[in-house]
Design a protein around this ligand. Structure first.
Ligand SMILES: NC(=O)c1ccc[n+]([C@@H]2O[C@H](COP(=O)([O-])OP(=O)(O)OC[C@H]3O[C@@H](n4cnc5c(N)ncnc54)[C@H](O)[C@@H]3O)[C@@H](O)[C@H]2O)c1
Length: 350
């Protein structure tokens, strides 16, 4: 059966280069068009993938190219503006995480997607790791039973992204480590648990480790969270604990999600950097004996990459796997943590 092929634009070509790479190897793509205000970047990626259609002006690209879809990989403060413009022009959008700087912006994006009947997918690419996909199947088969506690974290020892214009504070990013890294591990925890509604959260944010380094780099009054922590109580009693840091005093960088269920548990644990050590296991009790089962020994289907999943949803006219409703819920939960931190109180879900 011959399938429709799509004309896809990629806007913002730093992490956007990974979107270009996936589209360039996809049989679902007819043509790729590039857009970046930085001409050097535009030339570098255009030459690398032999793409001749290049724009420095987003509006001009939308007007001239009759695109089916775009990937939006620009700084967070532009997610709402450019995604809404694209959907108004009849273009589906794969928007990089976080969905937006805050829930107000996220709501407008969701409303535009509904109003213009365009797909809006959030690029929660962590879910598309094979180990996440396998664990999700194990959970959906009921092997872990009733999940009652999840601890999910992305902790760096020293990894503040100093190449970003961090002196602009929340204006560009909406926040620090929580919104940058926490968003990924909160999404995967929520996805494993079926995206329940929160009931309330107690959280705090810190900027304790990076201020001196910021000052050495000429950034005075550095204010973004270099670490954020939160404990969510979800409707029904499930607890989700979240930790994220750009900088903290620990031995290494780790991305970990640990799940406790009535019949079994699981861990996804990756040490980033030297050796890229990982440990992905399920813990079950079978016939009165406890067993540790590596996730790679468990049967599952193969996962498409996140970009192909977006294209498939357009071609088959199906719901995108990472929905704007989910993106918005994560953004609302992070807003709750920032609000709890600012006010020193627990915050209720509204
Ligand atoms: N999913 C992931 O794993 C992942 C990883 C890194 C970054 N991100 C997200 O991707 C987004 C971009 O991050 P980054 O690290 O690539 O940022 P970046 O600032 O390094 O790059 C953004 C690019 O967008 C371009 N740009 C800015 N304004 C533009 C405009 N109006 N039109 C066209 N191009 C424009 C810039 O010139 C730059 O090349 C952020 O939202 C970030 O959170 C996601």
């Amino acid at each position: 059966m011959s399938k429709r092929k799509l004309r896809v634009g990629v806007v913002g070509l730093t992490v956007g280069a990974s979107h270009v790479k996936d589209y360039a190897s996809s049989e679902s793509v007819q043509e790729i068009v590039l857009c970046d205000v930085n001409e050097t970047r535009l030339k570098e990626i255009g030459d690398k993938y032999n793409i001749s259609k290049r724009y420095t002006d987003f509006d001009k690209m939308l007007k001239e190219e009759n695109l089916d879809a775009i990937s939006l990989a620009v700084p967070n403060f532009l997610h709402m503006k450019l995604s809404i413009q694209a959907m108004e022009a009849g273009v589906h959008v794969l928007c990089e995480k976080p969905m937006a700087r805050n829930a107000d912006e996220g709501r407008d994006m969701l409303a535009a997607s509904i109003k213009h009947n365009k797909k809006l997918m959030i690029n929660f690419n962590q879910r598309f790791l094979q180990e996440c996909h396998t664990l999700k199947s194990v959970i959906d088969e009921g092997k872990l039973g009733d999940i009652y506690y999840v601890r999910t974290l992305w902790q760096r020892r020293r990894g503040v992204p100093w190449w970003y214009p961090l002196s602009s504070g929340k204006e560009i990013f909406g926040g620090g480590a929580l919104i940058d890294l926490g968003v990924h591990v909160l999404d995967r925890a929520m996805w494993f648990c079926g995206y329940p509604d929160p009931e309330w959260v107690l959280g705090n944010t810190f900027c304790k480790v990076s201020k001196e380094e910021a000052a050495r780099k000429g950034i005075q009054n550095f204010e973004l969270d270099d670490m954020g922590v939160a404990m969510f109580r979800m409707m029904g009693g499930l607890m989700i604990e979240l930790e994220a840091s750009w900088a903290s005093n620990r031995e290494n960088e780790v991305i970990t999600t640990r799940i406790y269920g009535s019949k079994g548990g699981a861990v996804l644990h990756r040490v980033v950097g030297d050796g890229n050590d990982s440990c992905n296991k399920v813990f079950l009790e079978i016939g009165g004996e406890v067993h540790d089962i590596p996730l790679e020994n468990m049967k599952t289907t193969k996962m498409p990459n996140v970009r192909q999943a977006f294209l498939n949803a357009i071609i088959n006219d199906e719901e995108v796997p990472c929905t704007p409703q989910q993106g918005l819920k994560i953004t609302q939960m992070l807003d709750m943590v920032y609000s709890s931190a600012a006010n020193g109180t627990p915050v209720k879900w509204e």
